[in-house]
Design a binder for this molecule. Structure first.
Ligand code: AQP
Length: 328
């Protein structure tokens, strides 16, 4: 059985990009694999957070995991900072990473753009992510394809350490979906949809009701041609909407193109509102049931215990390979 690990930051506004690129895979994978799903709160403090809000957002993401269908009987769900091994391993990996490779990470470049000096945590973010993955002897990491570069770095670190210190880590593979792998912002379809973007109409959050979904889709940026045709280069807006439509329905991009031949964007967008609202309604309903339940707290406590058991074993192995500690 393969071990699967992934995580989402509790930075609020979990959106359909997070869902279609990553979270949707969590449910699919839990039946045939040993899955570990984390709420990566330590990653979220690489940018400023309000402490009270962060606590709430941690529980929001945990509830969303369960609402989309992650089953705590099959998968381990926990909060990153409840397992000290993440920070411990992150330091060990930091000592094997190079500033040159970290400064090539596009996410760091994007998030530090225009600043004279950026938080060091933003720079070492991918090392912490590598620690998250390697701590659990992970084989498969389901993520959106914006994370390809980080997964590559994680693999490089694992291989580098295995070569230098002897077999220490499993070298993981990223799992990227073809459809929905990268959902773009609705107002600016050349940028990825993001939780932290200022314009709330740039995204559809998983908990948005039909009226919010309608507002965001009807106002989304398209082009003046008015033809529902998939062409990422020249028609990024409509292509992104077609991608969302296809991901939430049983229709392929070609089916959608045929269905809306000769129709304007208005009709297509109205249908997309319906398709999206229908897909998100059950998630919202489940979420309301779970969010303030004791069950949620129990799941996180139990998850942290299980995750700690696995991570302690890995850290013993790592310390032994690196000669750390006095060898009790
Ligand atoms: N636009 C996207 N399309 C497809 N997948 C996406 N993911 C993020 N944005 C898209 C995937 O969602 C998972 C969780 O993301 P995260 O919270 O760990 O961090 P992120 O990639 O930084 O997400 P955001 O939305 O852009 O958040 P902010 O604005 O806070 O930085 C990951 O698997 C990611 O690939």
């Amino acid at each position: 059985m393969k071990r699967v690990f992934s995580g989402v930051q509790p930075t609020g506004n979990i959106h359909i990009g997070n869902y279609l690129g990553a979270l949707r895979q969590f449910v699919e994978l839990q039946n045939d694999n040993e899955c570990i799903y984390c709420i990566v709160d330590m990653h979220s403090i690489t940018v400023p957070q309000q402490p009270q809000e962060l606590r709430q957002h941690i529980l929001d993401v945990a509830a969303l995991y369960l609402a989309i269908g992650v089953d705590p009987k099959k998968a381990t769900v926990f909060v990153q900072s409840d397992v000290p091994g993440h920070a411990e391993l992150s330091w060990v990996l930091t000592c094997s990473a190079y500033t040159g490779e970290l400064s090539r990470m596009t996410q760091f470049k994007d998030k530090s753009k225009g600043r004279e000096s950026a938080p060091a945590g933003l720079f070492t973010y991918p090392v912490l992510m590598a620690a998250d993955i390697l701590l659990y002897d992970t084989h498969v990491v389901p993520v959106g394809n914006d994370q390809k570069q980080h997964i590559e770095l994680c693999r490089d670190l694992a291989i580098r350490i295995n070569n230098k210190y002897g077999e220490t880590f499993v070298v993981p593979e990223g799992r990227f979906l073809k459809e929905g792998a990268r959902i773009m912002a609705l107002d600016e379809p050349t940028r990825k949809m993001s939780k932290s973007a200022e314009n709330p109409l740039s995204r559809i959050s998983l908990l948005d009701d039909e009226s919010k979904i309608k507002k965001a889709i009807m106002k989304s940026t398209t082009d003046s041609e008015g033809e529902v045709r998939f062409d990422i280069e020249n028609k990024p807006g409509i292509s992104n909407l077609m991608n969302i439509y296809s991901s939430f329905s049983s229709l392929s991009i070609e089916d959608i193109q045929k269905k809306y031949q000769g129709c304007g964007y208005g009709d297509f967008k109205k249908d997309l509102v319906q398709v999206t609202a229908e897909a998100l309604r059950p998630i919202r309903e489940q979420y309301e049931e779970i969010r303030h339940s004791q069950e949620l707290i129990d799941v996180l406590k139990e998850g942290a215990e299980k995750a700690n058991d696995i991570s302690e074993k890995t850290m013993l192995r790592v310390k032994e390979r690196f000669g750390l500690g006095f060898g009790k």
